[in-house]
Design a protein around this ligand. Structure first.
Ligand SMILES: *[C@@H]1O[C@H](CO)[C@@H](O)[C@H](O)[C@H]1NC(C)=O
Ligand SMILES: *[C@@H]1O[C@H](CO)[C@@H](O)[C@H](O)[C@H]1NC(C)=O
Ligand SMILES: *[C@@H]1O[C@H](CO)[C@@H](O)[C@H](O)[C@H]1NC(C)=O
Ligand SMILES: *[C@@H]1O[C@H](CO)[C@@H](O)[C@H](O)[C@H]1NC(C)=O
Ligand SMILES: *[C@@H]1O[C@H](CO)[C@@H](O)[C@H](O)[C@H]1NC(C)=O
Ligand SMILES: *[C@@H]1O[C@H](CO)[C@@H](O)[C@H](O)[C@H]1NC(C)=O
Ligand SMILES: *[C@@H]1O[C@H](CO)[C@@H](O)[C@H](O)[C@H]1NC(C)=O
Length: 524
């Protein structure tokens, strides 16, 4: 018993002594430090007491020299020369693994402090925030073999020099978000065998030199969201054979040419939303055999080439919202239609300019067959417009606009009963049109023919959707030609609404309408 008490007492006394010794030592250190020059060499970068120092670091694990693993440094004063002694002071903590610089004063740190990094052979992560780094120079990271992550977000980087990121065998992630980079040049990223993620979000990149990514062949994710890119070509992404995700949202791409992504054999996700896309080559997505997800939302697409999805037969998530699509044909969607049926699949089509015609019929079938809730919901809110048909040259010659409109209405409502036509006086066009648009046929409200009236596609019975005349070539047609076309006089004899041939009544109806049109022409 007594022996144990003595032992405990002994321990207490030892602790008290050690404490006393270290405070004495600290006082001595302070005296010495005050003699050191501001911004100059520091014995221990983790223990700077000099209030004039331009850099102050707070370290985890140890304030002892040679033992800290994590340091957070604040840069208060500007104008530190890149070869200032303060950077050499980092040699006092060679085991640092994580280092970050928070720049507190505008313009206080205008370069990557390579002179400090070169001593930190164990460094795994470096983060410089809010600096004013304009360019990242050649070998800025001093060939550090352990370096895994570099974050230089929110600086003012415009230029990444050749070999800026080079010979870094363990580097997996580079984040350059929110800078002012204008160009990605050749060999800026060189010998980075483990690089997996490269982020350029929110820069001003308008040029990517062909082959810029040749030496980053293990890259999995490339983020170019929110830049100024207008052109891509088939060599832009050379070398990225392992890329899984490519984010090109919020750029100004307007023309996607053939084989742009041909090198990206493993790409699974391609995001092209919020660009200015108007033209897509039929072979733009060729080579993307692994692609699962494609977003093309918020663009200016009015039509898609019919074979566009032939090269991406694995696609199961497609976002086409907020475009100007006037049609999306069965031919367009056929290569991927089966992929759109499992619960996790996704087809989003809202906010387009679809024309109500039979080319939208497949939407009914897909709605019934898909197990994806989001696809069902999207399909159910897709709308289409009953557009006044495009005029033929004969029609253009009619100068009375009122009669033009009514003329269209008669064409559009030609599916109603013979009695209706008989009852209404063709020459008294205004009342005719109004009467017709109130007619009910088979409990279906005939769509109002007012220009641009939107209807929910799935609420229109598929068999009542009219088909454009030129069925043979319709999928290749550019949008202005796929409107329901009003036949000119000499086409009248063959004029007929396809898909409406089930009853002879419809046949005779069409004849009557054609005949009425002739009358209308003769009145002008
Ligand atoms: C350094 O830290 C380790 C633990 O991380 C500790 O065991 C060692 O004693 C420390 N060395 C010095 C000199 O403080
Ligand atoms: C990095 O390695 C390259 C090639 O081995 C060499 O030319 C360059 O001087 C090295 N840079 C530094 C800072 O060590
Ligand atoms: C990469 O880092 C690990 C430690 O994380 C190290 O063992 C390895 O040697 C490094 N690789 C190279 C090529 O230096
Ligand atoms: C972006 O780059 C273009 C030149 O490509 C330049 O005209 C424009 O001013 C830059 N924008 C910003 C915000 O720096
Ligand atoms: C799109 O790019 C291709 C290839 O550069 C070119 O031939 C075509 O004319 C372009 N289309 C438009 C509409 O600019
Ligand atoms: C149609 O109306 C015109 C005048 O508006 C009239 O002269 C003509 O007899 C009418 N025809 C029929 C078939 O009701
Ligand atoms: C007319 O309808 C029949 C079935 O009722 C169909 O077999 C035929 O192909 C249709 N003709 C046209 C020109 O659509």
């Amino acid at each position: 018993m007594g022996e144990r008490v003595t032992r405990i007492m002994y321990i207490f006394i030892t602790i008290a002594l050690v404490n006393e010794m270290s405070t004495v030592q600290a006082r001595d250190n302070n005296k010495r430090r005050s003699k050191e020059k501001a911004g100059g060499f520091q014995k221990n970068i983790c223990d700077i007491t000099d209030r004039d120092s331009k850099v102050h670091c707070y370290c985890e694990n140890a304030r002892e020299p040679r033992n800290a693993t994590k340091a957070e440094c604040w840069v208060f004063n500007g104008g530190i020369p890149s070869d200032d002694y303060i950077w050499q002071s980092f040699a006092s903590q060679p085991t640092l693994q994580t280092l970050s610089f928070n720049v507190r004063v505008d313009g206080a740190l205008g370069y990557v402090p390579t002179k400090a990094l070169q001593y930190l052979q164990r460094l795994r992560s470096i983060n410089i925030k809010y600096g004013n780094i304009i360019d990242v120079r050649t070998f800025a990271f001093a060939n550090l073999t352990y370096l895994k992550e570099v974050t230089l977000s929110q600086n003012q980087i415009e230029i990444i020099q050749q070999y800026a990121f080079a010979h870094l065998p363990n580097l997996t992630m580079i984040n350059l978000e929110d800078n002012m980079i204008v160009e990605i040049g050749l060999d800026s990223f060189f010998d980075l065998p483990k690089l997996q993620k490269l982020t350029f979000t929110k820069n001003n990149i308008s040029r990517i030199k062909d082959g810029s990514f040749q030496h980053t062949f293990n890259l999995l994710e490339l983020d170019l969201n929110k830049n100024n890119i207008q052109h891509l070509n088939r060599h832009t992404f050379d070398g990225l054979a392992n890329l899984r995700k490519l984010d090109l949202r919020r750029n100004h791409i307007y023309n996607l040419t053939e084989f742009t992504f041909a090198e990206l054999w493993n790409l699974q996700e391609l995001l092209l939303g919020k660009n200015d896309l108007k033209y897509i080559s039929e072979r733009a997505f060729d080579g993307l055999s692994q692609l699962r997800k494609l977003s093309l939302d918020d663009n200016k697409l009015a039509a898609l080439p019919s074979g566009l999805f032939e090269g991406v037969r694995g696609l199961s998530s497609l976002d086409l919202r907020s475009n100007e699509l006037r049609a999306l044909t069965y031919d367009n969607i056929k290569p991927i239609l089966d992929n759109l049926k499992p619960p996790s699949s996704n087809l989003l089509l809202e906010e387009n300019s679809f024309v109500c015609d039979c080319r939208l019929k497949w939407m009914h079938t897909l709605r019934d067959e898909t197990k994806s809730q989001s696809t069902k919901e999207s399909l159910e809110s897709v709308t289409c417009k009953i557009d006044p048909p495009i005029v033929s040259s004969a029609y253009n010659n009619m100068d009375d606009t009122d009669s033009k409109l009514d003329f269209n209405k008669e064409i559009l409502h030609a599916g109603i009963t013979i009695e209706t036509i008989d009852k209404n006086n063709i020459t008294d066009k205004k009342t005719t049109a109004e009467d017709i648009s109130k007619e009910h046929v088979n409990d279906i409200i005939i769509p109002s023919a007012k220009k641009g009236v939107k209807r929910t596609v799935l609420k229109i019975p598929p068999e009542t959707l009219p088909c454009p005349i030129e069925k043979r070539t319709m999928t290749e047609l550019i949008p202005y030609m796929i409107d329901p076309v009003i036949p000119i006089q000499n086409e009248m004899k063959t004029f007929r609404f396809q898909e409406m041939n089930t009853s002879s009544r419809v046949h005779s109806m069409a004849t009557i309408v054609a005949w009425s049109i002739c009358i209308a022409f003769s009145f002008t």
